[in-house]
Write a new protein. Structure first.
Length: 446
């Protein structure tokens, strides 16, 4: 399946220029033989409206507004299915005295320019609640010719309902499993609490904290260890609106046999079309290992969504330290950070994306803690395969909790100094070249 995610930066109410922005990105991209093109939530109206009055001039009649026209035209031009978000106004005059209804919706158009589905967002974010109604038909499920059995959600649909439902309800993820979907499409305007200046300084870097959260919300898919791959398309927007910063990081992933494979990934600020072919091998993997138990002190979802990033030198036992690191060619240093000591076990996520050939390096983690026998160190080794020549282009994020930690990449000989037990475990567990562990992240998301 050849999939395109159009990530760009629409502005509130700037319809004509937003259309031009999307067309400009498409005109520069490789659009040959696309099967599916996905755009963000409220792609051409912009997202951050303050009220019904604010969004009213930009509401579109069901299936016949400017977004629908663009979707049909684009679908015919590229002979592909198109999914795009828009603010829907429903005429219910035949149900007098009921007034118009408004929804945060996504239209699905096939390669013949025919509307085959119109999904209305089920779980509303606070911004949506100022003007939209909840869709009452549930998450979309249905057959899309040429693509298969699909589930569609919009942004907040990934989260627990109103941030009040139990974390483990996993409403959207279980819907996917119940529907036996092989394709999942999530159109998004997902925000971040990161400072906008940070995003502008590192536009090509994905917001791995956000991607981790999205994947975590699909935990039931990972646990199910389905033999058949489920392709998940996260199409987010980028840019800013007023004081709101959007996370970008659009991605296409595949979930199969307990693994999450990364077929393509954009940076937080990139404005381009991500094109992937899922018949080709993925370029990265995240291997999921659930915690035996979730920490009893896990913050509520609402607290976690709006909790600021921890200071790496001053965090409490239940905050998460996030470090973005670019290894040096000479030192092979990945990252270094320290947190206050706690008895809470450390949890980590390792992620790399690599260009170049293959070689062998080892992960080595060292943390210090007090032991009854007076020993001050505890070392664990993890083996993986990367190219020595690609070290300088490798970007790695390490998420640790509660222990001082030093991370470094070393030649494989250094790995042999690790205990035999750890060596066997590492070789067995990390035959793929990435490790993912569930973390309770502290950044803001929606």
């Amino acid at each position: 399946m050849r999939i395109g995610c159009l990530q760009f930066a629409p502005q509130v109410g700037d319809i004509d220029n937003n259309l031009n922005r999307a067309d400009s990105v498409l005109s520069k991209a490789d659009t040959d033989d696309l099967d599916l093109l996905v755009l963000p939530e409220l792609a051409f109206s912009g997202y951050n409206f303050k009220s019904l009055q604010h969004i009213s001039p930009y509401l579109e009649p069901s299936g016949s507004g400017i977004t629908s026209l663009w979707a049909r035209t684009t679908a015919l031009k590229y002979n592909c299915n198109v999914v795009v978000g828009y603010p829907e106004k429903v005429d219910v005059s035949n149900q007098w005295p009921t007034g118009p209804e408004y929804y945060n919706s996504a239209i699905v158009v096939n390669g013949d320019g025919e509307t085959i589905a119109n999904y209305r967002k089920s779980f509303l974010y606070y911004t949506d609640e100022t003007w939209a109604l909840e869709g009452n038909a549930g998450f979309f499920e249905g057959w899309i010719p040429g693509l298969g059995n699909a589930s569609i959600g919009i942004c907040m649909d990934l989260n627990p309902y109103k941030f009040q439902a139990p974390w483990h309800a996993f409403e959207f993820a279980f819907h996917i499993l119940e529907n036996e979907s092989n394709l999942v499409i999530v159109s998004m305007a997902w925000m971040t609490r990161e400072d906008g200046r940070m995003f502008s300084r590192m536009p090509n870097e994905p917001d791995m904290d956000t991607l981790t959260y999205w994947v975590t919300r699909l935990e039931p898919l990972i646990r199910s260890e389905n033999e058949d791959e489920i392709i998940v398309v996260f199409c987010n927007r980028t840019g800013t609106e007023d004081d709101v910063v959007y996370a970008g990081t659009s991605a296409v992933v595949g979930v199969q046999d307990g693994e999450v494979k990364i077929y393509g990934l954009l940076g937080r600020g990139e404005k381009e079309l991500l094109v992937v072919d899922t018949s080709n091998p993925p370029y990265a993997k995240l291997v999921y290992r659930p915690e035996s138990e979730r920490p009893s002190a896990v913050h509520s979802e609402l607290q976690r969504l709006f909790f600021p990033h921890a200071d790496a030198t001053n965090v409490s036992a239940h905050q998460t330290v996030v470090s973005f690191c670019k290894p040096s060619e000479t030192s092979y240093q990945i990252c270094q950070g320290a947190t206050q000591h706690s008895d809470t076990p450390a949890r980590y996520l390792y992620y790399e994306y690599i260009s170049g050939g293959r070689g062998e390096l080892s992960w080595r983690r060292q943390h210090q803690s007090s032991h009854a026998n007076g020993s001050k160190s505890d070392t664990h080794g993890y083996a993986t395969e990367v190219d020595h020549s690609a070290i300088s282009s490798t970007r790695t994020m390490a998420i640790g909790q509660s222990h001082p930690a030093e991370w470094s990449v070393r030649p494989v000989d250094a790995f042999r100094s690790v205990s035999a037990i750890d060596s066997v475990r590492a070789i067995r567990e990390l035959r793929s070249f990435h490790q993912y562990r569930h973390v309770e992240s502290s950044s803001a998301r929606r």
